[in-house]
Design a protein around this ligand. Sequence first.
Ligand code: FMN
Ligand code: SF4
Ligand code: SF4
Length: 260
Amino acid sequence: MPLIEVDAARCKHDGLCVAVCPSACLAAGEDGGPVVADAALCNACGHCVAVCPHDALVHSRVPAAGVRKNLRSWPAPDVVDAMLRGRRSIRAYKDTPVAREVLAELVDVARFAPTASNVQEVGWIVTGNPVKVRELAGLTAAYFAENGTRPTYSAKWEQGLDYFLRGAPALAVSYVPADAPFGPADCGIALTFMELAAVARGLGTCWAGLLTHAARHSAPLRDALGLPQGQVVEGGLMLGYPKVRYPGVPPRNPARLSWI
Ligand SMILES: Cc1cc2nc3c(=O)[nH]c(=O)nc-3n(C[C@H](O)[C@H](O)[C@H](O)COP(=O)(O)O)c2cc1C
Ligand code: SF4
Ligand code: SF4
């Protein structure tokens, strides 16, 4: 099967598909339509199919059924900016469970996050079971009790207070192959997509850095997560409905900015 097929009756030879191809896989043919310069360079990003205004291009690695209609305009900048500034790390959650359908929606949005070279290797371990989250918090606490670097949090855990996963009713953990060159970035971006999708649904989140750190060192924690062999946890998000609302946005430092 050829990499691309062009419907000659539809193609307007405008070169858009060639212009957006990130890897020089496509080149302009004599008539301005696309030809494959080197199929091995294709990363299946789907840009050539998605950009074509005339549905003229079929790509063997980009299923047409998976191509969605895009928005024609984005939400207003003030709305987006206010949401980006207004999200907070939530550390007090209602007992209300987070429905599996909602968690599944979050994963479904996060899979649209960009990944380096479009590898799409981010994996997810998700639970909406507060008992499971508590078990994972306990294993995180056990790691830090042994390692001794969070004495206050360890003492709080002994007092029945969870400073590790904050009593969240749900958790999502992202992982990648241990040798993924951009694994931490890919996971971080995917988690950020998930966080914003969660906020849009009225959920609160907090980045689970302590669990992420513990998972690197604690085999019992990795086992409890069911982390597949050869994969490494690169981040996690506590999830739940927030007990508190923040009428204000705390200040941040001025940006460290150099113009060159
Ligand atoms: C960590 C990271 C590094 C990337 N580096 C490059 C780059 O150096 N050059 C480039 O053209 N695209 C780069 N990309 C873009 C990816 O190739 C792109 O996200 C992917 O092909 C999916 O396309 P999309 O972002 O349009 O969804 C990078 C993406 C990520 C997440
Ligand atoms: S974007 Fe579509 S119409 Fe334009 S050259 Fe490519 S296949 Fe032809
Ligand atoms: S899917 Fe992406 S990399 Fe492959 S030919 Fe199309 S634009 Fe180029």
